[in-house]
Write a protein that binds this ligand. Sequence first.
Ligand code: GLV
Ligand code: MG
Length: 341
Amino acid sequence: MSISKPPRSFFKPLAIGAPAPFRELPTRVERMIHFVPPHIEKVRAKSGDIAKQADVVLANLEDAIPSDAKEAARAGALDMAENIDFSSTGTGFWARVNCLNSPWFLDDVTELVTKAGNKLDVIMLPKVEGPWDIHYADQLIAQLEAKASIKRPIMLHAILETAEGVQNVEQICLASPRMHGISLGPADLAASRAMKTTRVGGGHPFYKVIEDPRSDDAPRAAAQQDLWHYTVSKMVDACCTAGIKPFYGPFADIADVEACEQQFRNAFLMGCAGTWSLHPKQIDIAKRVFSPDVDEVLFAKKILAAMPDGTGVHMIDGKMQDDATWKQAKVMVDLARQVAE
Ligand code: GLV
Ligand code: MG
């Protein structure tokens, strides 16, 4: 039996602490990862149309799929891989498998890679706690890819949703060249940290900037704070260091489109490349939010035009520009170009 052998370096996990190899940041536009429960035939039937609107469609096999529907969900994911034309619209096809210590993980990965490996772009791994989880999944996928002669490597995307995972996020990001990115998982993370909230993503009306009741001249600020600011910042820094992409996660209050948009916007401003969508109306919100603002892009273009070699100092509309703002402008203009392509 001949076994196709992918380049060895691809599968060799990096030593912890080793610098990430130079590579281009992944450039595919992935403003939203749209979640589909593949065991529900009615929803699955609509996912061909969803694939024409969303940047990424994900078959969800983990939480929200009841344990007695796990096998039906896996079969539904294989059905989606076979029957939906993702390639003509350039839509990504991902699957979220069950977590490593569940009774379903091994069969999820084995079946997906061997039966749908040439269609699957990314496997999303939940509840990743350290680089050891990525090393294990990486080696397992490598073996299955070789056995099934899969033509291109399947990438890995970890969900950051335990306190231990947050502690280890830098090593997780660097654990394998197979790493595509990381998503924040605010529901599991809240539980893991014993945060006193039943919300999934977004703010909380009780979590406010603290004002000092004793001081008369202190500004009275009673605005809500973002509960996820620390974790999103830490995740963005870890991802950018490793050259992979950070994502916000779920926002479960589907009816509250305003709060959803605000949370997505904060994540976009802080450096996230995209988010999850749990309902078709969140696809439109994510598209709007994770595409750069037209006025900002026009201003960024002025900066690039004023400094063709990216150096020096210039005043534009009364604002000082230099080498650093040139780099900021390039981020915006590059993203605008990718979205337009
Ligand atoms: C997502 O999986 C979450 O736990 O928020
Ligand atoms: Mg979760």
